[in-house]
Design a protein around this ligand. Structure first.
Ligand code: G16
Length: 548
């Protein structure tokens, strides 16, 4: 095998965001751009002599090209083996499982998650460590530092590997193993959940609709929901993976998963004919949205409800060690943790912050408002896992999605919650908004806005309880005396301008108000957020791009 060292020049924009490096495909297609970043990853690691790399992506455009290139760079950088998903495809949770199951040195995942795919859309790459989780900040920062000074990269010279055929290809002491990651992942799910009870539910007339949004979970959903659990094939929609994700935006929320929403939200007189359960997953399979008949479950409530009922699921029947949520996620799960008398951790946005807590057995379940829920079975959030949690709980409780949520609110009170996103606004304008809010920090405490009076405000920072690392500047919080709060944060996953997120939360103990639409219940707080931030004035935006 011939090894080559290629001279290159550094790019200065390879700073990983909330979840790896995400850019337009055209940026990645620049000569040496992807190679530089991959070499920066490899240069940051101390690669063991017998190291195996897990590799796969969500199947989006440029996945195939990037996979072949990374295999050749892995060979030249001292890996003895690469394990790849068939066709070069691995959902993000499946990749995490492969790293753990085959005990590989680490993994490279190619995905821009829920961002659209195609020649003019987005691509992404991230490194996961041996625990199966996204590399912590100290590693991503070291990768970024390397990327700014890189002068050469190493690559082996051999023909592209056929990734469609399961099996192992040997090349001069280096090998590539193509695996059926779908069955590995389905086997893991079968160990965690009570498949026979879920199967009985699906045979009892309970109907479901799962939307893979033309993205990576299609084959996983077919294997688990149809082949193993017996759901009719018609329960699946958009389950054929396409390189452009069908031209859509595979983000499972009420805006982008509108095809599924239309199925679950039938006109009033036909509500009964809608499926009992609806779910969607995103581009790389780690996000999920849960729906009942004309009923939306917020991700924050979903986490709380899974936590409250976890002992009905075989994997968690011994109870939970603790739970964790990202700071902007609602406090619904905190109330469950209090009742269960288990710890609840509040971390910055980003799944990477949960890894240490899970490795140290401090938490079993964690979740985020951004449609992510997961447990210690892997070290990524897991869309289909969340779907199976709901099906398992419903199968045992024999109730509907809406009844389950309303019973939860009746017991714990409702954390009314919404997120307003202003996408692709000019970066300067977004920074102005944040600066304007922070400039009022000294005067906010004790100020009264309508029925809300400010208790404190801050820019959230986090000290990891396991390794002591500190992450600052994680979002501006305005905390009101009644426990309600407004959070402002700039997204770390967009590829165009800046995305400003406003998170709104109000606690409602009174069951008489639990039926209210979140936008109605939060109307006063929404106006306060706009007044405080001067968002409309700074950005000339009248309305959010997406409301979840
Ligand atoms: C990623 C991270 C999540 C984060 C989400 C939104 O999800 O893994 O932890 O909550 O982005 O981040 P931001 O608010 O910075 O855009 P995914 O599904 O895109 O990988």
């Amino acid at each position: 095998m011939r090894m080559q060292t290629i001279q290159t020049q550094a790019f200065l924009d390879q700073k990983p965001g909330t979840s790896g490096l995400r850019k337009k495909v055209k940026v990645f297609q620049q000569p040496h751009y992807l190679e530089n970043f991959v070499q920066s990853i490899f240069d940051t690691l101390t690669i063991a002599a017998d190291a195996t790399l897990t590799l796969g992506g969500d199947g989006r455009f440029y996945n195939k090209t990037a996979i072949q290139l990374i295999i050749k760079m892995a060979a030249a950088n001292g890996f003895v083996k690469v394990i790849v998903g068939q066709g070069g495809i691995l959902s993000t949770p499946a990749a995490s499982h492969v790293i753990r199951h085959y005990q590989t040195f680490g993994g490279i995942i190619l995905s821009a998650s829920h961002n659209p795919a195609g020649p003019t859309e987005d691509f992404g790459i991230k490194y996961n460590t041996a625990n199966g989780g996204p590399a912590p900040e100290k590693i991503t920062e070291a990768i970024f530092a390397k990327s700014k000074t890189i002068t050469q990269y190493k690559i082996a010279d051999f023909d592209d590997i056929d990734l469609n055929v399961i099996g192992e290809t040997q090349l001069d002491g280096f090998s590539v193993q193509v695996i059926n990651a779908v069955s590995d992942y389905a086997d893991l799910m079968a160990q965690l959940f009570d498949f026979s009870t879920i199967k009985s539910l699906l045979q009892s007339g309970f109907s479901l609709k799962f939307d893979a949004m033309h993205a990576v979970t299609g084959p996983y959903a077919k294997e688990i929901l149809v082949n193993r659990l017996g759901a009719p094939a018609a329960s699946l929609m958009n389950c054929e993976v396409s390189e452009t994700f069908g031209g859509g935006h595979p983000d499972p929320n009420l805006t982008y998963a509108h095809e599924l929403v239309d199925v679950l939200y039938q006109p009033d007189n036909k509500t009964q004919s809608a499926p009992d359960f609806g779910a969607a997953s995103d581009g790389d399979g780690d996000r999920n949205m849960i729906l009942g008949k004309a009923f939306f479950v917020t991700p924050s409530d979903s986490l709380a409800i899974i936590a409250a009922n976890a002992q009905l699921i075989p994997a968690y029947k011994q109870g939970l060690a603790g739970v964790a949520r990202s700071m902007p996620t609602s406090g619904a799960v905190d109330r469950v943790a209090e009742k269960l008398n288990i710890p609840c951790y509040e971390t910055p946005t980003g799944w990477k912050f949960f890894g240490n807590l899970m490795d140290a057995h401090k938490v079993t379940l964690c979740g985020e408002e951004s449609f992510g829920t997961g447990s210690n079975h892997v070290r990524e959030k897991d869309g289909l896992w969340a779907v199976l949690c709901w099906l398992n709980i419903i199968a045992i409780k024999k109730t509907s999605v809406e009844a389950l949520v309303k019973a939860h609110w009746a017991e714990y009170g409702r954390n009314v919650y919404s997120r307003h996103d202003y996408e692709a606004i000019p970066t300067d304008a977004a920074n102005d908004v944040m600066a304007h809010i922070k400039s009022q920090f000294l005067t906010f405490p004790e100020q009264v806005f309508g029925r809300y009076s400010v208790n404190t405000c801050d820019d959230f920072s986090y000290t990891d309880p396991i390794d002591g690392s500190i992450s600052t500047g994680q979002g501006v919080r305005i905390l009101f005396k009644c426990g309600s709060r407004i959070v402002f944060r700039l997204s770390g996953t967009g590829t165009e301008g800046a995305t400003l997120r406003i998170y709104l939360e109000a606690y409602e103990p009174d069951i008489a108000n639990h039926h209210l639409d979140a936008q109605v219940a939060l109307a006063e707080m929404i106006q306060i957020a706009l007044d405080i931030s001067q968002l409309k004035q700074c950005t000339s935006r009248e309305l959010p791009t997406v409301i979840t």
